[in-house]
Design a protein around this ligand. Sequence first.
Ligand SMILES: Nc1ncnc2c1ncn2[C@@H]1O[C@H](COP(=O)(O)OP(=O)(O)O)[C@@H](O)[C@H]1O
Ligand SMILES: [Mg+2]
Length: 306
Amino acid sequence: MLVWAVASQKGGVGKTTTVATLAGWLQQEHLRVLVIDTDPHASLTSYLGFDEEGAEYNLFDLYAAPEITRDLFLKCIAKTEHQGLDIIPAAMTLATIDRQLSGRQGVGRILSKALTLINDCYDVVLLDCPPVLGALMVNALVASTLILVPTQTEFLALKGLQGMVRTFDIMSQADPQADFDYIIVPTMFDKRTRASNHSLSYIREHYPDKVWTQCIPIDTQFRESSAQRIPLPLMAPSARGAQAYYELLTAIVEHELKRHPRSVSPALAAVLTSDVGADDATLTHHGTEIITTSVQEMCAAVREGC
Ligand SMILES: Nc1ncnc2c1ncn2[C@@H]1O[C@H](COP(=O)(O)OP(=O)(O)O)[C@@H](O)[C@H]1O
Ligand SMILES: [Mg+2]
C-alpha cells in the first residue's frame, strides 16, 4: 500500500483538487483507493458528496481514541458513491486536535501507526492536508511514502513552496531516519501569462530534481467538477486538466516503482500499461459511455502548454 500526502502551507493551490482528481483516476482504473481528509475545512469531504453530519464517524474519532484498533479504523471509513473509492471524512472539530493531543507520546506517528492496521485493504491512500503546519500535517507527512507539493504558478505561491521545503529540512534534521520524498507539482499554469511562465521557470531552476517535468494547466472544468461533486476523471475524462493529472499519476507510479517497489501492487503498476489513459479510451460514468478523443494527443497538448 502506498500513501501519498498532498501538502502545502499555502491554501488555494490545488491540494484538494489534486487528491480528488488522482483518486478519480485510480477509481477509474479499478484500484482500491482511500482518501483521508485531514483538513478541518472538509472541502474534500464535501467534494466527494458528504456533508459534515453525513457520516457517522470521521477522522476526529480516530485521533481522539486512546487506542486505535483495526475495528475503529474500519468504522471511520465511509463508502463514496464511486465503487472502490472510500473516504475518512473530516470535521470542523479537527481544528482542536493540536490542543487535544498535547502532551501525548508519539503524537506525530498516530496516523502512520494506524495505517499499518489496514495495510492490506487499499492500493493507494491519499491524504489531503490543511495549509497549516500542525499535528494534522505532520502526521500526514510522516505517514506518507511520497509527498506531492502542488504549487500554483504565481509569485505568492513560491513562498508557500519555500516554507514547505524548509519544513522537510527541519523534520529530517529532527528525525534522520525519516525520508521525506517529495515531488513539486506546478498547478493552474496559464501559458498566456508572464507570471505563470516566470514562476514555472523559477521552480524549474531552483528545484530541478524535485519538480515534475510537466504541469497542470488552468481548466475551468475543475470548478464545475467540485460544484457537481464528481471528480473530473469521472465527469469529463477528456478535459485537459484531467488528462494532465493522468500524466502525473503515471509519473508518480514510475517514481514509486523505483523507490518502494514492494509497496506498489501489481494492479497499480498496471496503470503504466493501461488502456484508460490511452488512445480512444472508453469510460463509463453512471451508465453513460464517454468516448474520449485521442488521449495521447491531449497529453502532447498538455506538454506543449508547459
Ligand atoms: N488546474 C486548475 N485550474 C483551474 N482551477 C483550479 C485548478 N486547480 C484547482 N482549481 C480551483 O482552485 C480553487 C482552489 O483549489 P483547491 O484544490 O481547493 O486548493 P487547496 O486545497 O490547496 O486550498 C478551487 O476552486 C478549484 O476548483
Ligand atoms: Mg483544500
